[in-house]
Ligand binder design. Structure first.
Ligand code: FUB
Length: 321
């Protein structure tokens, strides 16, 4: 059953894969978003299917993988496709999964139909981290006309969700102009105005996490993209820019990160275009990206060491620290 979706696509794929970077070798994976739930890491990715690296992204659905040691990964297949949102016409771009009250909420970028042309953010829901997912509200949460800071119709992409200890949940998102907005308690509506964030060189791919008393906003910066980061003592900022966290990733201009702590270890999950060709599968590249994982290391003052991208990846199974 687990193999069904990939066999149907003509790809033979064992449901278990072993790490070293890129982590997933049997299919192209991009825009990682990881969730730690019940001692398991769930890794959600976009699915690059471009026939070559010349034109643009071709992305129809999102994939899920899970691991209990960050070395061995189990494939769960696609959890949803862009057009499962009836108002969307495609482009299954970056996403973020969170759990609340035993339900799993999948926030994701798609292209809206002609009623609200341009990119949009939708939210889907499921009782299981591996789906099936259904549109939670029957319409988009954010549409292009709600973000007027740039003339681009993709300035409202890449949702990143953060929940405060008191349960308040915020969505960060945007391209060129970073933005955030509070969500209602049921996560299916905006609860306030969309506010602009002041950080330098922002391109896209916001991700917010907290360690101790420090909040971290990491994001793809410049183009080709590096990952930069800023720190704050509050989810509302001000954000103090701290510099580059990850350099341009090999063989692709985009870079997109997810940061988690699992069993007391810190991980930086990103994508590269580094997957070599194998059999019928062509080489990776700018529109055929692959998820990689390396350690994330904090300095004593809370700042982050620059990530060392490696081909070895995570070699030691995660053990409780
Ligand atoms: O994968 C499509 C887009 O490329 C994502 O939404 C961006 O973050 C960049 O990775």
């Amino acid at each position: 059953m687990k193999k069904h979706w990939l066999c149907a696509a003509g790809i033979m794929f064992s449901s278990h894969v072993m790490a070293d970077n890129p982590v997933i070798k049997e299919v192209f994976t991009a825009d990682p978003a990881a969730l730690v739930h019940d001692d398991t890491v769930y890794l959600y990715t976009g699915h690059d299917e471009a026939p070559n690296n010349d034109v643009f992204f071709e992305m129809h659905d999102w994939l899920a993988f899970s691991s209990t040691d960050m070395v061995n990964w189990k494939a769960h297949g696609p959890i949803m496709k862009a057009t499962d949102f009836k108002w969307a016409i495609g482009d299954a771009w970056a996403s973020h999964m969170i759990e609340k009250g035993g339900k799993f909420y999948f926030f994701t970028t798609v292209r809206h139909n002609e009623e609200k042309p341009g990119f949009a953010i939708g939210v889907a829901v499921s009782d299981s981290p591996t789906g099936p997912f259904r549109d939670a509200i029957g319409h988009a949460l954010v549409t292009n006309d709600m973000t007027t800071q740039t003339p681009n119709d993709w300035d409202d992409i890449d949702p990143a969700i953060f929940t405060e200890d008191n349960g308040d949940t915020y969505m960060f998102f945007g391209n060129l102009v970073p933005k955030y907005v509070k969500l209602t308690d049921n996560l299916t509506a905006l609860d306030g105005e969309i506010k602009v964030i002041d950080v330098p060189n922002f391109t896209e791919a916001a991700w917010v996490h907290k360690k101790g008393e420090n909040y971290y906003l990491s994001y793809a910066c410049e183009f080709p993209e590096k990952i930069c980061y800023a720190m704050s003592k509050s989810i509302h900022g001000p954000w103090e820019y701290k510099g580059i966290l990850n350099e341009v990733a090999g063989n692709t201009e985009t870079n997109h990160q997810s940061i988690i702590e699992y069993k007391g270890n810190d991980y930086f999950i990103y994508h590269t275009g580094a997957l070599p060709p194998k059999g019928d599968q062509p080489s990776g590249g700018r529109f055929r990206r692959s998820v990689a994982i390396d350690p994330l290391i904090y300095n004593d003052d809370g700042t982050l060491k620059r990530v060392v991208m490696s081909t070895e990846g995570i070699t030691e199974p995660a053990q409780e620290k």
